[in-house]
Design a protein around this ligand. Structure first.
Ligand code: ATP
Ligand code: MG
Length: 477
């Protein structure tokens, strides 16, 4: 089976090299884990190969690297008993069979060399325990201690041993369960699912960067709602991103209901995943409504309102990113900006789309304006086909208008046509608040369409505004 499934000559070369080394040393070796899983379901995109060695992983890694003539390029992690090398785009990692013992108070297991059985027992899911023999006499045979192949066929995620123990030992596995379910579109076995519920609190011992790595992986799947629904229904989401679970539920007062903003959010996220691979735009979609929970209000005669939720939501992102150890640089700013501006195109499309409103939006959003509109389009979750079409068309009109205004007025990456320096030189003044006032006045006049976006018009306006502030061009006097 295995022989037929090589996807490339390079894979074949790597596996034959390993196989020869196993034979020479008479050490058992298997391809194991994700590589085998994905190979069997025919979905492999990943180029990392895990090799399980019943003995010293480092030794086989060294021998294989030598055989592939890249002996010097191997990286050895002595403490972990592992070694890896890169070969023609593949990452090949070797690990010796090990036994892990967990101590509840410590986050790190005690790792000792162990038998093949010990090693398979410590793995997270049956579908990840599958191995393929690389030894000559059993080449291509499947190693399947836990009947993982059946779970793979039935699309089931199940822990090899008792779920509670497995999740308590390494709580990251709980997020991996949701992630694999989302990536592969597999169901979680009922006992394992109950294990998630009962061990959820243990997630608190996992470092934020490991948590966000898994969340990012869920977000990058083609339908992340699958993973997030698991996180929500097991109670894990409330612990790691309560801002999202706070959006849950529908309230009714005086016969007026609002929509469930949590499930709406997941729909928006799934929608945007059809349009973009940009992790941060996907994050913006996930968080675009988080300001709705703290701003929700029922106003008599008006109904449910979420006034200012865009600003509130964008402000909440900082704390959330900091807590999850997500980047606090331009990625954060980007997500905040998209959320803050998320309602602007709707407001625009509901009114007469004026040039000045479009110019202001381009000015505020700059190079991210296409992303903003992608979010707005993903945000249309109405089930009424006529309305859906109408809303989508409204955004198309906004997009068209943006294009026209942009080509004509070049507002994107707006540079003030008159610099502070020029204002100071003209009026022979030192840095002062008047310069800011003049610059702002020119900018607003351009955005409002009162003058054109060019130096000539801006300079005339500068003189006029300067004079109204009592400044004079001393050079002329
Ligand atoms: P992918 O590479 O697509 O994320 P994978 O299954 O290869 O999926 P890795 O993190 O590369 O996942 O790990 C390789 C293998 O190591 C897994 O298939 C699994 O057998 C084992 N493994 C990884 N992390 C854990 C864990 N936290 N607990 C138990 N076993 C794990
Ligand atoms: Mg892997």
């Amino acid at each position: 089976m295995f022989k037929r499934n090589f996807k490339s000559d390079i894979e074949s070369e790597i596996f034959h090299a390993i196989s020869n080394c196993c034979n020479e040393t008479k050490i058992e070796c298997y391809a194991i884990g994700g590589f085998v899983r994905d190979l069997i379901i025919g979905k492999n995109l990943a180029k990392d190969i895990d090799i399980l060695v019943v003995g010293s992983g480092i030794e086989i890694a060294k021998l294989t690297a030598k055989r592939l003539k890249i002996g010097s390029k191997i990286t050895v992690f002595k403490n972990f008993g592992t070694a890896m090398f890169k070969y023609n785009g593949y990452d090949v990692e070797f690990v010796g069979t090990r036994k892990e013992s967990y101590n509840k108070s410590s986050r790190n297991p005690i790792v000792k060399p162990g038998t093949l059985d010990d090693d398979l027992n410590r793995r997270d899911f049956t579908i990840n325990t599958l191995g393929i023999s690389l030894n000559k006499n059993s080449w291509g045979d499947l190693l399947d201690k836990f009947n993982g192949i059946t779970d793979l066929e039935n699309k089931i995620i199940k822990t090899p041993l008792e779920p509670r123990q497995t999740f308590s030992d390494d709580p990251l596995r709980m997020l991996r369960a949701a992630r694999f379910s989302s990536q592969l579109n597999f169901k979680i076995d009922i006992n394992s699912f109950n294990g998630l519920i009962s061990e959820k609190e243990r997630i608190k011992i996992i470092s934020p960067e490991r948590i966000s790595e898994e969340i990012n992986k869920i977000i990058m799947t083609s339908k992340p709602s699958v993973g997030f629904k698991i996180l929500e229904s097991t109670g894990l989401l409330k612990i790691i991103i309560p801002e999202l679970t706070d959006l849950k539920g529908i309230e009714e007062i005086e016969g007026q209901k609002h929509k469930d903003n949590f499930y709406h959010t997941l729909e928006v996220l799934d929608n945007i995943c059809l349009e973009t691979e940009n992790l941060w735009l996907r994050w913006a979609a996930l968080l675009h409504d988080i300001g709705k929970a703290p701003t929700k209000q029922f106003v008599k005669k008006i109904g449910w309102t979420f006034h200012g939720h865009e600003l509130k939501g964008s402000k909440m992102v900082y704390k959330l990113f900091k807590r999850l150890n997500l980047p606090l640089n331009n990625k954060l700013k980007y997500v905040q900006k998209i959320i803050y501006l998320s309602s602007r195109p709707i407001v625009l499309s509901n009114n007469n789309i004026t040039d000045s409103a479009v110019r202001r939006l381009i000015y505020d959003c700059n190079e991210d304006i296409d992303d903003l509109l992608t979010l707005c389009e993903a945000d249309i979750t109405t089930k009424n086909p006529l309305r859906f079409k109408k809303y989508l068309n409204n955004f198309k009109l906004v997009r068209d208008k943006i294009k026209i205004v942009e080509e004509r007025d070049s507002i994107r990456n707006f540079q003030p046509p008159v610099s502070g320096e020029e204002i100071m030189n003209y009026f022979k003044i030192k840095p002062s608040k008047e310069i800011g006032i003049i610059k702002e006045y020119i900018k607003n006049s351009i955005l409002d369409g009162k003058i054109q976006n060019n130096k000539e018009s801006a300079k005339l306006l500068m003189i006029k505004k300067g004079e109204s502030l009592g400044l004079k061009n001393n050079a002329i006097e």
